[in-house]
Design a protein around this ligand. Structure first.
Ligand code: ASP
Ligand code: MG
Length: 419
């Protein structure tokens, strides 16, 4: 059976972590292993900056690029004894691809530029890790994720063509019979052979697609946390780790903003019945959290999820008409066209209040459409608190001293917007 292991940016952030990754692979017995990696450390952020500078025609493009090159070079120098190792050429060639692009005029579609540039982070990391695995006698084949994950051309949020993706997987399964295979998370390819990305932090999702399409025995994502916690330990002292969680609960938690797993990750695994393990990269002997259909949910533990940088927008008609169903449909339509994802909404007679992640560009787009007919009032920099399986008395303790802007309670879930 095949095990899929996904290592995020944290697990490939420096030479030490790459060594730890190799140790994890070499101590995993028996199974065939497919490795999915993210870009190293904060490389994706740096590449985003590079793309922005390039498109805006700023003069720091070369400087940003140089820093990204140095970062990878330093890791390679620590991992490989001599600079004549072929990996140095492979990495140089990967950079050449975007260097050519950076010499040309930007494509008019920002998101297209973004995907061609930002996707190289994963190419760099997978090349380096593949070489280091081979260096350590783990026979590993590097493959291009774009040959397997097929998407449409919605740049920055590529939509996966599941039929095409599924039909390319037998080749990968064959490879896995002979060798360990490594590929990139986060990226896919269009039918015109351009790169797409699947949305920030999307490599968990890639790993889930791979694991479900090859019917893996399990997917393990190696993280910088002990497993899935009921709250962020940096914000809540008594945060506890779940030993197990049903898919449905993990899905709800990811939906409400638990950042440990990407929200799209669970569904493909649940459909294919592939268990997910969230395990601590630095303590690989610990089992972390298991997510599958047999797991029991302990509702004595409330899950507390805080989303920061929220915007609360109240929209009402300038002529004081009711927000009826027609207006609601219209408003939701333009919200969706501005690519805004709502985290909470509430309607009253004269207004619709919506809460979403603060994003100036998206908000301005929405505001431009609204401003003639609607009155808009908004607050920025808010926290959205979601509590699953809430207990009223505990909630009061959490809310003490905070100003509540809007709240909503369903049977299992409390959502509260706080100033
Ligand atoms: N490297 C990408 C990002 O940082 C994808 C990922 O890490 O999942 O968003
Ligand atoms: Mg990452």
């Amino acid at each position: 059976m095949i095990k899929v292991f996904k290592f995020g940016g944290f697990a490939v952030s420096d030479a030490e972590s790459v060594k730890n990754l190799v140790k994890i692979i070499s101590t995993t017995s028996s199974a065939q292993i497919l490795i999915i990696v993210s870009a190293m450390g904060k490389t994706t952020d740096a590449l985003e900056k590079l793309c922005k500078s390039y498109v805006e025609g700023n003069n720091d493009v070369q400087e940003i690029l140089k820093a990204i090159k140095h970062f990878h070079e330093n890791i390679m120098i620590e991992l490989f004894e001599t600079k004549v190792h072929p990996v140095f050429d492979e990495i140089a060639n990967t950079f050449v691809e975007i260097e050519w692009m950076l010499e040309d005029e930007p494509h008019p579609d920002y998101d297209f530029n973004y995907d061609q540039i930002v996707s190289i982070g994963e190419f760099l990391s997978s090349r380096i890790v593949a070489s280091y695995l081979n260096e350590n006698k783990i026979d590993t084949k590097w493959v291009d994720a774009r040959d397997f994950i097929h998407t449409d051309n919605t740049y920055r949020e590529g939509i996966i063509d599941m039929n095409k993706t599924r039909s390319s997987m037998p080749i990968l399964k064959n490879m896995l019979e002979k060798q360990t295979v490594i590929t990139q998370g986060f990226i896919g390819g269009t039918s015109e052979n351009f790169s797409t990305t699947l949305g920030r932090e999307g490599s968990d999702y890639s790993a889930a697609i791979f694991a479900s399409c090859i019917n893996a025995e399990s997917l393990t994502v190696w993280k910088d946390v002990p497993g899935i916690m009921n709250a962020d330990p940096r914000l809540f002292e008594e945060a506890k780790k779940y030993e197990e969680l049903p898919y449905s609960e993990a899905l709800e938690m990811a939906y409400y903003g638990a950042t440990v797993i990407h929200p799209k990750t669970i569904k493909p695994l649940q459909n294919a019945g592939v268990p997910l393990f969230v395990r601590p990269f630095l303590f690989p002997e610990e089992m972390g959290t298991r997510i599958d259909s047999t797991a029991k949910l302990n509702t004595d533990i409330s899950a507390i999820i805080v989303k920061q940088n929220q915007m609360l927008l109240s929209i009402s008609l300038k002529d004081f008409s009711f927000i009826d169903e027609h207006i609601l449909i219209y408003l939701l339509q333009i919200i969706s066209e501005a690519h805004i994802k709502l985290n909470m909404m509430q309607r009253s007679a004269l207004s619709l209040s919506v809460c979403f992640n603060q994003d100036e560009t998206k908000f301005n787009k929405l505001y431009d459409t609204l401003k003639d007919r609607f009155k808009c009032k908004y607050n920025e920099g808010l926290d959205l608190l979601t509590v699953r399986h809430f207990k009223r008395d505990k909630l009061d303790t959490i809310l003490a001293g905070r100003t509540v802007m809007m709240e909503q309670f369903s049977r299992n879930t409390a959502q509260i917007i706080l100033q």
